[in-house]
Design a protein around this ligand. Structure first.
Ligand SMILES: C[S@@+](CC[C@H](N)C(=O)[O-])C[C@H]1O[C@@H](n2cnc3c(N)ncnc32)[C@H](O)[C@@H]1O
Length: 269
């Protein structure tokens, strides 16, 4: 039987074909635990990531009865519930690559922050680069889900980054912008977008500094990439800003012939 899986720390999330029988799934799950000693719980993925919070339903199959993961990546630790919080271990290389380009004195905004993995990996690197004096930089992570936010706060403390990372709960449309809770300008904005129609680019344009950089994540087929670039240019015009696209890179596959792309662009004025 063909199975796919994701391992997040102590938890494996197994994906079976539709016709798989429960008895067979349990047997495979127990075998999986035997073969992967660091994994102590096996869950079954039931359905896709859905809704605004991008949560997924899971069912317990074998091992310890928990849905709370403890996961390590890029020298950081994260605790979260795999069912009530979106988390993708497949984005770890993205987080690493961004953490390497951020300078220690930058003000960085993470939109759609989840349990704060982007904010924490970036802030940890900023701290390492700045030495004991500190670089004066700051990272603000904004997330809609209350449960996610609870874990985000815990994870910031767990990684001892309270001085650099601020976690804000709320809809990016309601909390970011002139006259709102987050109205200061940023050197860099990471838009780790959910797969929703809204581009949220107008929100980012309202708080990016002149000369600042936006990392925009979008989902499409390769031959639709031009449309994504066009959308960025159109939205920049609507916001009376000028942009220059610096780089487009693939940040993982999301289905047959569909990719998650990262478009890096500079806001010139
Ligand atoms: C694709 S995930 C990214 C999560 C995180 N950056 C990560 O890599 O684990 C999208 C996240 O955006 C949040 N979200 C969706 N719409 C939002 C909105 N309007 N404002 C703030 N957060 C939102 C969801 O709750 C979800 O946690």
């Amino acid at each position: 039987m063909k199975i796919g899986y994701d391992v997040v720390g102590n938890i494996a999330i197994l994906k079976f074909s539709r016709d798989a029988k429960l008895k067979d799934k349990k047997e495979i799950a127990w075998r999986f635990l035997k073969e992967h000693r660091q994994v102590t719980t096996a869950l079954e993925k039931v359905g896709k990531f859905s809704g605004r919070l991008r949560t997924q339903k899971t069912r317990w199959l074998a091992g310890e009865k928990t849905k709370e993961a403890l996961y390590r990546e890029n020298g950081c630790e994260f605790r979260f519930n795999v069912e009530s919080c979106y988390f993708s271990p497949r984005l770890s290389e993205e987080r690493k690559s961004l953490s390497e380009i951020v300078k220690p004195d930058e003000r960085v905004l993470i939109m759609f922050g989840g349990v704060a993995p982007f904010a924490i990996v970036i802030a940890k690197k900023m701290k390492e680069k700045s030495g004991r004096k500190g670089g004066g930089g700051k990272v603000v992570s904004v997330e809609l889900g209350r449960e996610c936010n609870k874990y985000a706060l815990h994870n910031v403390r767990r990684n001892k980054l309270q001085e650099i990372v601020e976690v804000v709960q709320g809809n990016v449309r309601r909390v970011i912008g002139n006259g709102k809770k987050i109205s200061e300008e940023f050197d860099r904005i990471v838009m780790a977008r959910p797969q929703l129609k809204d581009s949220f680019l107008d929100v980012a344009f309202s708080v990016i500094k002149k000369g600042g950089i936006i990392h925009y994540y979008g989902f499409c087929k390769e031959d639709e990439l031009q449309d994504m670039k066009k959308l960025i240019i159109e939205e920049s015009r609507k916001a009376s800003r000028r942009v220059r696209i610096l780089k487009v890179s693939r940040a993982g596959d999301i289905g047959p012939y569909r990719w998650r792309y990262r478009v890096d662009f500079k806001v010139l004025g």
